[in-house]
Design a protein around this ligand. Structure first.
Ligand code: NAD
Ligand code: TYD
Length: 351
């Protein structure tokens, strides 16, 4: 029996990882620890909440004593650490919260794991989920981030994630803590909070609101369907090499403005609008400060060593995603009501 602590399991990617592990491994006990910030939502896990191998605990990863007692109570032997503040625009407004959760929170988890596992690291694993944004920005020259690319973070978000990655590695090198780190590209799919590009835009199309494109829309991101990320995490958790880093990506680069046109096309089609109707909503706004030009991941190590590759074609993934949001309007209305609505309006008033 494995007792696995998944942090941030009520968030976007975390909820897909929790669902996969709870359903695929009935012999494991999955403990989902989440603070339930604006980004955490237990509705994301309605379909697994009554399973006998699943427990939810509301707690803050920064709260060392609580985490320590939970580790002891549940005799945790594996950690999948996803809890984080995850949105670049928020990090520009409020870097302290990012340092607190992403750096100090990760450090407190590492320290608990070290104390509880000390002297017996066998069959233990601390798996830290990170981002390709730690590598900085690429030019339009066809190069890709590899596991050897030097860290060069630019936003407070990526700086906080880079710092947490360094702490994870330091605990491996200094204390021998068994760790693995993965750096993944931009995810998309169901349950993503509609502050991120894809759900924000398709929700705005539905509501006929402006689509705020930063700068000229020329920045490039590599996009991966969230369930493919969850599958990679499962594979690496079970078969990854201790102490190693793996890049995870879709080999699927899109210039923002081209991606936006695809979202418009698919959403208009599914809403029954004639083609191109919502292009009129495109609004070019002031660029994001320090906006990284291009991210692109080389995930060949993961492919060659563990046989993983993305399973969904992008067109299929986008259509599935848009359909899900249109079929789950109550979910999106719930998560965007109240505090978030006020935050969003203020943010765009200031642009
Ligand atoms: P998210 O913002 O949707 O979810 C984060 C979750 O963490 C939420 O449930 C929130 O309640 C929880 N949380 C935040 N602070 C906490 C705290 N102090 N204690 C306990 N729980 C807390 O994020 P996401 O997009 O699902 O990202 C998950 C992880 O994957 C993050 O570590 C992120 O850096 C990484 N990542 C994300 C992407 C992406 O495209 N979204 C890509 C690569 C890596
Ligand atoms: P986002 O989804 O915030 O992810 P990240 O910044 O982590 O890559 O943004 C994806 C891209 O879309 C990024 O280049 C910024 C751009 N963007 C916009 O043009 N308008 C928006 O309203 C948002 C949220 C993002």
């Amino acid at each position: 029996m494995k007792r696995i602590l998944i942090t941030g399991g009520a968030g976007f990617i975390g909820s897909h990882v929790v669902r996969l592990f709870v359903n695929k491994y009935p012999d494991y006990h999955i403990i989902n620890l989440d603070k339930l910030t604006y980004a955490g939502n237990l509705e994301n896990l309605k379909d697994v909440e009554n399973k006998s191998n699943y427990t939810f605990v509301k707690a803050d990863i920064c709260d060392f004593n609580t985490i320590l007692s939970l580790f002891k109570k549940y005799e945790i032997d594996g950690v999948l650490h996803l809890a984080a503040e995850s949105h670049v625009d928020r990090s520009i407004k409020d870097p302290f919260t990012f340092a607190q959760t992403n750096v100090m929170g990760t450090l407190s988890l590492l320290q608990v794991a070290k104390e509880c596992w000390q002297g017996n690291f066998e069959n233990k694993l601390f798996y830290h989920i990170s981002t390709d944004e730690v590598y900085g920005a690429l030019q339009f020259d066809g190069t890709l981030f590899t596991e050897q690319t030097k860290y060069d973070p630019h936003s407070p978000y990526s700086a906080s994630k880079a710092s947490s990655d360094h702490f994870v590695r330091a605990f491996h090198d200094t204390y021998g803590l068994p760790v693995v780190i993965t750096n993944c590209s931009n995810n998309y799919g169901p349950y993503q909070f509609p502050e991120k590009l894809i759900p924000l835009f398709l929700n705005n199309i539905r509501q006929k609101k402006p689509l705020p494109v930063y700068g000229k829309g020329e920045n490039v991101r590599d996009w991966l369907y969230v369930e493919d990320h969850a599958r990679a995490i499962d594979l690496i958790f079970h078969r990854g090499k201790i102490g190693d880093t793996y890049n995870i990506g879709g080999f699927n680069e899109w210039k923002n403005i081209d991606l936006i046109k695809v979202i418009i096309k698919v959403t208009d089609k599914l809403l029954g609008n004639s083609e191109g109707t919502s292009e009129a909503l495109i609004t070019f706004v002031t660029d994001r400060a320090g906006h990284d030009l291009r991210y692109a991941i080389d995930s060949n190590k993961l492919k060659n060593e563990l046989g993983w590759q993305p399973s969904l074609q992008f067109e299929e993934g986008i259509e599935k995603t848009v359909r899900w949001y249109l079929d789950n309007q109550a979910w999106i209305d719930n998560v965007t009501s109240g505090e978030y609505e006020r935050y969003y309006e203020q943010m765009y008033r200031n642009r």
